[in-house]
Design a protein around this ligand. Structure first.
Ligand SMILES: [Mg+2]
Length: 315
């Protein structure tokens, strides 16, 4: 019989296997594989560790993004995972592999973008590694943060409400504009800005309120599935409550795309998706409720359909 490929196994399954194989019974390890960041109890506080890579041809295309924007984005996507734990970023480490023939101006602009983002998030660079690479560029950042109370993916309870912090599908729509143009364009509108230089959402106002949280990096449906899996609950979301900006709707339709589909499955928005008790007053967008086990979308006519973890999966 032919051996199963990674693509057939799927990313969610692969991570599930790793979670099972690397389980530790350590008092200090509050959360390991399976959350946005690892959580280690350290004295009275908790340290947070996260790492995320960006690969040329997989995560970015230099025909669309400048080295400066790339540097900024690399830090934002990692800070977003610290924010998703209710944390504050503190230190950054970088692993960068570039082609031997890359101009020094590329290197300088990449690090200018990195520096801009680090100062924006009040984080400092403390080390890393640089290497040459034969073909595709490789970038990876590790961010260390802290919090007094981590917000895990696993804390959602039946009866909690589900919220997001802003418009969805913006970044995916921005990418579609770039693909259509086939070249770099100035980030003259919000959709392009949110794709090229996303800003992570600060969770400070959600501390002590949110019962569970994740950042939307791969798409609403897949990230909601991850949160539900970790919390061992279901979710009922309402199609008409999913926030779509007028600009995204208009642009998506003009490109022949479904705005709702972009909002539900488009990645890289870096909005926070969280749950909170139903009786709390929350300044965020309510999109549905945590229920016992079913995972469904209710459409405008009130019809239910089960949702799949659709969104960006590497395998
Ligand atoms: Mg995340």
């Amino acid at each position: 019989m032919k051996e199963k490929t990674l693509c057939h196994a799927g990313e969610l399954f692969l991570i599930e296997q790793l979670q099972k194989n690397f389980q530790y019974n350590l008092k200090s390890l509050v959360a390991g594989i399976g959350d946005d960041a690892a959580v280690i109890k350290y004295g009275k506080d908790y340290l947070l560790f996260t790492t995320d890579m960006m690969l040329e041809g997989v995560h970015f295309d230099l025909h669309y993004i400048t080295p400066y924007q790339l540097g900024f984005k690399l830090i934002s996507v990692n800070v977003s995972d610290i924010y998703a734990m209710g944390g504050t970023p503190m230190y950054a480490l970088l692993n960068i592999a570039l082609r031997k023939k890359t101009e020094t101006s590329f290197f300088n602009m990449l690090f200018k973008g990195i520096k801009h983002a680090l100062s924006y998030y009040k984080t400092i660079l403390i080390g890393g590694d640089i290497s040459a690479v034969r073909k595709d560029i490789y970038l990876s950042a590790t961010i260390i943060g802290s919090t007094t109370k981590p917000i895990l993916r696993s804390g959602a309870k039946e009866g909690d409400k589900i919220y997001v912090t802003g418009y969805l599908g913006e970044s995916a729509c921005g990418l579609e504009i770039l693909k259509k143009k086939g070249m770099r364009v100035k980030p003259s509108n919000n959709l392009l800005k949110r794709h090229l230089m996303p800003a992570a959402r600060n969770p400070d106002k959600l501390k002590g309120i949110a019962t569970s949280m994740i950042d939307i990096s791969d798409g609403l449906l897949i990230d909601l599935t991850r949160l539900c899996d970790e919390s061992k609950v279901g979710a009922r979301i309402y199609e008409e409550k999913i926030p779509v900006s007028p600009q995204m709707r208009k642009t998506a339709l003009s490109l022949g795309l479904s705005p709702l589909n972009l909002a539900m499955t488009g990645g890289e928005d870096y909005e926070l998706l969280f749950t909170a008790p139903h009786n709390k007053k929350i300044k965020a967008i309510y999109i549905g409720d945590i229920v016992k086990s079913e995972r469904v979308i209710i459409d405008k006519l009130g019809f239910k359909k089960a949702f799949e973890p659709k969104g960006y999966q590497h395998f």
